[in-house]
Design a protein around this ligand. Structure first.
Ligand SMILES: NC(=O)c1ccc[n+]([C@@H]2O[C@H](COP(=O)([O-])OP(=O)(O)OC[C@H]3O[C@@H](n4cnc5c(N)ncnc54)[C@H](O)[C@@H]3O)[C@@H](O)[C@H]2O)c1
Length: 279
């Protein structure tokens, strides 16, 4: 995007469309105040009851769209907050229509190069918030140096794994766990397959650091864990960094950390204002 178009966007009312009116999409929609920089112009959900229900809680009138094409038509920026098998295709369509896109389902873009190249070709921007972790600012900075290793350790309460296919397939008896136990250790690609619920955070680390192949994922549980936590440890030419995040869950969706919502809202605020703090 040229600097002149950046200036234009920062000054004018950016039309925002929400794709997916679940926990994250709804909270982002409510955060957009039509303050002269941004205006909420569209809601679309594959389940119309979701978008209709969200509409009832918003000051903007008649912004529910009947199709994704209608949403694209009404937006300059699309907020992707779906849990769809075809998320990549939905984002690709937005970029082809020359819309900026904020991506929440980062796990779907772990190999994101082709999407980023498309955005560049189209002259539009892709925004990926830090999401449910701390440390993305530093990982982006140190990606310019040699990184030797990154470890992400995700700790969750036992109930967080109750319906996990990997745990069932490995015949891990969760009720017999009495102390911290590693359920999985492996690379990002294996983690995507075995623990799709944890992959957004891992994908964000992989993309920010540019060191996908140096990234190890550990997933642990214990009866003592009461919150979802993510710990990053990285080392390289820059030195060493360690961050730990202990997340409360989003009241509307216990699978989503509230920090992910806050992070997205702040990313959008900076985008609307044209002021970016961090890294
Ligand atoms: N980046 C992060 O740190 C982070 C953290 C938490 C969640 N997430 C991801 O963000 C996404 C949204 O999370 P959420 O908690 O709001 O989920 P949610 O389940 O509460 O809401 C998702 C909504 O998407 C809708 N939907 C599904 N397929 C659709 C389609 N094809 N078109 C339109 N709408 C569709 C559903 O009907 C639902 O209303 C998920 O992919 C989740 O994994 C990212």
């Amino acid at each position: 995007m040229s600097s002149s178009s950046l200036k234009t966007k920062a000054k004018s009312n950016i039309r925002v469309g929400i794709l997916g009116c679940g926990a994250i999409g709804s909270r982002i929609a409510k955060s957009i105040k039509d303050d002269g920089r941004a205006v909420l112009t569209g809601l679309f959900d594959i389940n119309p009851a979701k978008s209709e229900n969200l509409q009832k809680h918003l000051p903007q009138k008649n912004i529910v769209k009947k199709s994704y094409d209608e949403l694209l038509h009404a937006s300059d920026l699309v907020v992707e907050a779906v849990n769809a098998p075809d998320t990549r295709e939905l984002v690709r369509r937005a970029l082809l229509a020359r819309k900026d896109v904020l991506i929440m389902s980062v796990g779907k873009f772990i190999e994101g190069e082709s999407i980023f190249a498309l955005a560049q070709k189209q002259g539009v921007r892709v925004l990926i918030p830090s999401g449910a972790i701390a440390g993305v600012d530093a990982l982006k900075a140190v990606s310019q140096q040699r990184i030797d290793r990154i470890t992400l350790t995700t700790r969750k309460p036992i109930y967080g794994f109750a319906d996990n296919a990997f745990v069932q397939q490995k015949r891990i008896n969760l009720s017999q766990i009495t102390k911290e136990t590693i359920l999985f250790e492996g690379n990002v690609r294996e983690a995507v397959k075995c623990f799709p619920q944890n992959i957004n955070v891992a994908a964000t680390i992989a993309l920010a650091s540019g060191a996908r192949d140096k990234l190890r994922i550990r997933i642990a549980t214990s009866p003592e864990f009461k919150v979802n936590s993510h710990e990053i440890e990285a080392a390289g030419d820059f030195g060493r960094l360690v961050t730990k995040t202990e997340n409360v869950v989003c009241p509307d969706n216990p699978k989503t950390s509230y920090l992910a919502v806050l992070s997205a809202v702040r990313t959008l605020k900076e985008y609307f204002q044209g002021v970016k703090i961090g890294t």
